[in-house]
Design a protein around this ligand. Structure first.
Ligand code: HEM
Ligand SMILES: *[C@@H]1O[C@H](CO)[C@@H](O)[C@H](O)[C@H]1NC(C)=O
Ligand SMILES: *[C@@H]1O[C@H](CO)[C@@H](O)[C@H](O)[C@H]1NC(C)=O
Ligand SMILES: *[C@@H]1O[C@H](CO)[C@@H](O)[C@H](O)[C@H]1NC(C)=O
Ligand SMILES: *[C@@H]1O[C@H](CO)[C@@H](O)[C@H](O)[C@H]1NC(C)=O
Length: 482
């Protein structure tokens, strides 16, 4: 209650000034996208939050698109904001990042991420660091270096599974271990697990907004961030010393130390810390939701099992997946795309207009926020037939991706395209391989999807797992057939 009250106060302060200006002058000169600004001060924030706490993925946007069309104005989180649910407009927004629009994050987020993180960088430094990050997760690196770690670390966590597990927690362990390995070549152990515990607190801080100053979660997150940063800077110092003594390692940290920018320890720590944040919740959530959707679609699960049993049948039980195996999982790739499309872990991105922008007959005034909604496009029947159901077969013959333009953008686009897009796909595919070949499972409780503050299931998806003896199953299958 106190938080809500404080939040309302904040909205009041932020928006009072705006309402006066907006009502008095701008609206007369500019043709704003249609829409309602809701109550003074709070705008439509409460409606937005209430809508995303239901199981229906898009009630807030659906209602407004029906009333105003694909581009509309609302007022959320203390500011007037133009929502776009139109692929062409989304493309325009993403492609003009850094020119007509800029990324926009509240101060509470940059305190947690650190000012030298990729998401907060701009201009030529951003360009250079984005491409460095891209090259660390590109398909060559995954094929030659990361895949074997991914395979090993997925197995490592799964080895400990017995009976009832919280799938989301397990997926988080896997993702965290993988990212730490990729960034600084550390294998999982006590150190990574204690680091991860602090990390969890940092991440909770991101969702304690709207009102950081009054939020104990936020204060705890800032403390945890300091601890994480200390742990990481110890690693950076040690590695720098080794680097100066001539040791080279082929990981992200190695590349940052070797770069021509002479980054300080603080810069490197910020950069690494933010990379860990970016991959952690997203990838573990997509793993969990893929399993949930498959469980609810038995035909798809059966077909996926068949594909992976076929791959495993050609290998011994302990043999790692090869790049060629990854490249021969056509149905899995349909499942991956369909999960990304339906789950919409990142439902869209906020930008701020750096100048008056004229688009589709409307004007977005300089300084206004825009939200390019990916989810609204992904769930639009115009772009995907029967868009709100999970149907991996729609991607067969590549018909799902056939539509041109910015219709399928789970990883964003333009200069801020997610540098982890390939890595996330490979991680999910390898995870699914071991999940379906090594286990069968049943959910132990009903677990609903919610969309606020992030897309996730309410109960972290508890399941009861049972080991499959796939090798004797494959043998008996071949026997039956002969
Ligand atoms: C299913 C998993 C993932 C999804 C859906 C996802 C989605 C996205 C999206 C939509 C953006 C664009 C944000 C914007 O334009 O403002 C983004 C940016 C980013 N992602 Fe991912 N991501 C995923 C996994 C990962 C992984 C595994 C990593 C780590 C290696 C990662 C690192 C980043 C970074 C560093 C950025 C910021 C790029 C920049 O601002 O230049 N992501 N991600
Ligand atoms: C991936 O990045 C490396 C440099 O780290 C580069 O040599 C290679 O050509 C890149 N591969 C692709 C497919 O872009
Ligand atoms: C980084 O350091 C090297 C040698 O110490 C120097 O030659 C170079 O100019 C520095 N680069 C930048 C961008 O400061
Ligand atoms: C894909 O192509 C196959 C064979 O050409 C066809 O049987 C199948 O129905 C197609 N699937 C979709 C979703 O169009
Ligand atoms: C999945 O989506 C990507 C675009 O993000 C596309 O390139 C790829 O062909 C799609 N895969 C399938 C199987 O349709």
């Amino acid at each position: 209650m106190a938080i809500l009250f404080g939040y309302l106060l904040l909205c009041f302060l932020v928006s009072a000034g705006f309402f006066i200006v907006f009502r008095a002058s701008r609206s007369r000169r500019l043709r704003l996208p249609p829409g309602g600004l809701g109550l003074p001060f709070v705008g439509e924030t409460l409606q937005l939050i209430a809508a995303y706490k239901t199981e229906n993925p898009e009630p807030f946007i659906d209602e407004r698109v029906n009333r105003y069309g694909p581009i509309f104005t609302t007022h959320v989180f203390g500011e007037p904001t133009v929502f776009s649910t139109d692929p062409e407009t989304n493309r325009f927004i993403l492609q003009n990042e850094g020119k007509l629009f800029e990324g926009s994050y509240p101060g509470s987020i940059s305190n947690l991420l650190g000012k030298h993180s990729l998401v907060l960088m701009k201009g030529s430094l951003h360009k250079r660091m984005h491409s460095l990050t891209m090259s660390f997760g590109n398909s060559t690196i995954i094929r030659d270096h990361l895949l074997v770690d991914i395979d090993r670390l997925v197995r490592f966590t799964m080895d400990s599974w017995t009976d009832r597990i919280l799938l989301m927690e397990e997926a988080k362990k896997i993702t965290f271990d993988l990212t730490v390995k990729q960034l600084m070549s550390y294998d999982p152990g006590e150190w990574t697990e204690s680091l991860r515990k602090e990390y969890v607190l940092v991440i909770e801080g991101f969702f304690s907004i709207p009102l950081p100053i009054f939020s104990p979660t936020y204060r705890r997150a800032i403390k945890a961030r300091t601890k994480v940063a200390e742990a990481l800077s110890l690693v950076v110092r040690q590695r720098r010393a080794k680097y100066e003594a001539g040791e080279r390692k082929n990981d992200m940290l190695g590349a940052l130390l070797a770069g021509e920018d002479n980054f300080s320890d603080e810069q490197i720590v910020d950069f690494l810390l933010a990379l860990l944040v970016a991959g952690y919740e997203t990838t573990s959530t997509i793993m969990t939701l893929a399993v949930k959707f498959l469980t609810e679609t038995p035909l798809a699960l059966a077909q996926l099992k068949e594909e992976h049993d076929g791959i495993r049948a050609k290998k011994s039980e302990a043999e790692a997946l090869q790049w060629s195996d990854y490249k021969s999982m056509p149905f899995t790739q349909c499942v991956v795309n369909e999960t990304l499309r339906v789950a919409n872990i990142i439902s869209g991105v906020f930008r701020r207009a750096s100048t008056d922008i004229h688009i589709k007959g409307y004007t977005i005034p300089k300084g206004w926020k825009v939200f390019a909604s990916f989810r609204a496009v992904h769930l639009d029947h115009e772009h995907f037939k029967d868009a709100r159901s999970f149907n991996p077969w729609r991607w067969q013959n590549n018909s799902g991706a056939g539509s041109p333009g910015y219709v399928f953008t789970p990883f964003g686009g333009g200069t801020r395209l997610c540098p982890g897009y390939e890595l996330a796909r490979v991680m999910l595919s390898v995870f699914l391989h071991h999940m379906v070949t090594r286990f069968s499972w049943v959910p132990t409780e009903e677990d609903k999807l919610v969309f606020f503050p992030t897309t996730r299931t309410q109960k972290r998806y508890p399941i009861k797992v049972q080991r499959r003896d796939i090798f004797s199953q494959i043998k008996s299958k071949t026997r039956d057939q002969s």
